[in-house]
Design a protein around this ligand. Structure first.
Ligand code: FHN
Length: 597
């Protein structure tokens, strides 16, 4: 199992560096890794003071706000679906540069209230804010002295919102970071995916853009707004290395305590940002963050009402902390400067829970299980486990598989000092904690478990007797099939991520070692996509074989396969094989086990 884990980590790293899906841009298709500047930064030591930001504050607010917010994905009467800040792009409204720049004349966000936004971040439990000081469209959202295409000189607004936000962040004790699109600039000559000539017809290369806009603007944002916590460069693309080196030098010189995002490129940043909207399923080493958004788009889109409920926000936050990282959650203020009401509501509600259980999030470490468990997820502080119960079993029985460390006590936290003491029982490799029938905490109950020493866990997958157990294809040992990461865009710019096993050869297998506490029959479902009807087989090594035919679709869907017997408690190897149908296209995402009464 150790070998498997190591192999999976290596596969994860290798896959992260491979060619993935593309996001079409003006210069043609670009590889996502190149665009995200994704590097393996796991082993890099960050200056302790700079690293403190992520240590203490593993929850932050991201803000995408700019001229595009005033369009809100509705242009000339037509709605465009995708990330709003890309509205200019030819895959969206394809707005010519001059036409786009002229829209600045109507951008007047008079309702922008920096104090209210900073207070929202504070109420939400966030520790710092990173805001777009310049996105790919090139409009500086602050008063730039080096380029007139900025919110003070090019719009009727005439205020510097970054000055106001810097002040508000100081007032509420929040860190402030600036997003800066260093490579892409779609409106300045020579910028990545921008015009190739100046207004007077002279050729402009990247150096021209870099020297006349990018470098001096990075000097500005790092000197005019007081202490900065992060400079969040994005989409390095094919920017030559020497420019990134210089930009990082500038940040170090002007803001020695600021972190530089990994998307600066070439591994020159301080930490790794995973793919957009990617909450990892397995612990990730090193210093990293996930960036995510409260709905689907980063920037405001008029129709985008698919808000993450407070429970989902907290689930994703705890998953990131439990995997060892930091979670930065985006809001997209409107063109008038206000934050959509439902975003504020959901963030505040989630923030109330964090105020009840701050120890679960701040300064907490990764789960020793290295992945979620059927009932929820775990964060750790020294010898204490915090069990966050997203999915309460009806029986109230919380099972911890493979916990090797002795449990001293367990209690259900309820805001009171000591909480309610819970019964704990150890059964071989398993620990059972009994929850009361109706915990007072309605959102996500938290159980605090005190251990004798720091936690050690056997990494074998436990099949939970009380709840459905899902095991991802990502964790399988695979022979005769391909196990790979797949990333795709649901809407334009809205990324989804998974690891699949597909392209099955005859006899190909995806296998997991499992630990069964309660012997008997379990219903097995598979989640997959593919073409037409597929026959799948499920085998218990040395035991039962079942197989069944089910249909498939291009979306990942869950289909029942049948009941399988584990005659005794103990360890088994379970394998899935693809027996008939389009073996090349059949793409397995997960196996699920549910005890049959
Ligand atoms: O192209 C940008 C996108 O607009 C957005 O800013 C995201 C946030 O992570 N970054 C880029 C795509 O990865």
């Amino acid at each position: 199992m150790m070998d498997t884990t190591r192999r999976l980590i290596i596969a994860h790293i290798a896959l992260a560096m491979l060619v993935f899906a593309v996001m079409a841009q003006d210069a043609g298709a670009q590889k996502m890794d190149e665009m995200w500047g994704r590097q393996v930064m796991m082993l890099k030591a960050v200056d302790a003071e700079r690293g403190q930001l992520f240590e203490d504050g593993n929850y932050a607010m991201f803000i995408h706000w700019g001229l595009y917010s005033n369009i809100g994905n509705l242009y000339k009467g037509k709605s465009y679906y995708g990330i709003g800040e890309w509205i200019m792009n030819r895959n969206m409204a394809d707005i010519p540069i001059d036409e786009y720049k002229a829209l600045a004349g109507k951008f007047n966000p008079v309702k922008f209230d920096a104090d209210e936004i900073a207070k929202l971040a504070k109420d939400a439990g966030m520790k710092y804010i990173v805001i777009t000081s310049k996105h790919h469209d090139g409009l500086a959202m602050y008063h730039s002295k080096v380029n007139k295409f900025n919110i003070v000189d090019a719009t009727p607004f005439g205020r510097d919102p970054m000055k106001e936000l810097a002040k508000a962040c100081q007032k509420y004790g929040l860190g402030l970071g600036f997003y800066y699109s260093h490579n892409q600039d779609w409106t300045f000559p020579g910028g990545g995916n921008g015009p190739k000539q100046t207004a007077d017809g002279k050729d402009a290369d990247f150096k021209y853009y870099y020297e006349n806009k990018c470098r001096p603007q990075v000097e500005e944002i790092t000197t005019h707004y007081g202490p900065i916590a992060i400079v969040w460069f994005d989409t390095p693309g094919r920017i030559p290395r020497e420019y990134v080196e210089e930009l990082v030098r500038i940040v170090r010189k002007n803001q020695p305590k600021a972190l530089v995002s990994g998307r600066a490129g070439y591994g020159l940043g301080d930490y790794q940002t995973l793919g957009d909207m990617e909450v990892p399923n397995e612990n990730v080493e090193g210093i990293w963050e996930t960036v995510d958004t409260t709905n689907d788009s980063w920037a405001y889109a008029w129709y985008d009402n698919y808000w993450k409920a407070p429970k989902e926000i907290l689930h994703r936050l705890v998953s990131c902390v439990g995997r060892g990282g930091t979670y930065m959650l985006n809001i997209g203020p409107k063109g008038d400067g206000t934050v959509p009401e439902l975003a504020t509501r959901t963030l505040r509600k989630a923030g109330e829970w964090i105020r009840r259980y701050p120890q679960v999030v701040y300064g907490a470490d990764a789960s020793p299980w290295k992945h979620a468990l059927p009932w929820g997820d775990v964060t750790v502080k020294n010898n204490t486990l915090f069990l966050c119960v997203f999915n309460e079993p009806k029986s109230g029985e919380l099972y911890l598989p493979g916990l090797k460390t002795k449990v001293k006590s367990a209690c259900l936290l309820d805001g009171k000092k000591r909480g309610t003491k819970l019964k704990v029982r150890t059964m071989g490799n398993w620990t059972k904690i009994q929850l009361p029938p109706r915990p007072a905490e309605k959102l996500i109950p938290v159980v605090q478990v005190e251990l004798d020493e720091s936690p050690e866990v056997d990494s074998c997958w436990g099949i939970d007797p009380a709840l459905e157990t899902t095991i991802l294809a990502q964790f399988a040992e695979v022979t005769g099939a391909k196990q790979e990461t797949k990333k795709w865009m649901e809407k334009f710019g809205e990324w989804k991520h998974l690891v699949r096993v597909w392209q099955w050869a005859e006899g190909g297998k995806a296998s997991w070692e499992v630990d069964v506490l309660k012997s008997g029959y379990y219903n097995v479902d598979l989640t997959y996509n593919g073409e037409g009807r597929i026959v799948w087989g499920v085998d218990v090594a040395g035991g039962q074989h079942i197989q069944n035919q089910q249909n498939s679709s291009h979306n990942y869907q869950k289909f029942p396969i049948g009941w399988i017997n584990f005659p005794e408690p103990g360890r088994y190897t379970v394998s899935v094989s693809c027996i008939e149908g389009n073996l090349a296209q059949a793409s397995l995402k997960a196996i699920h086990f549910t005890f049959v009464d």
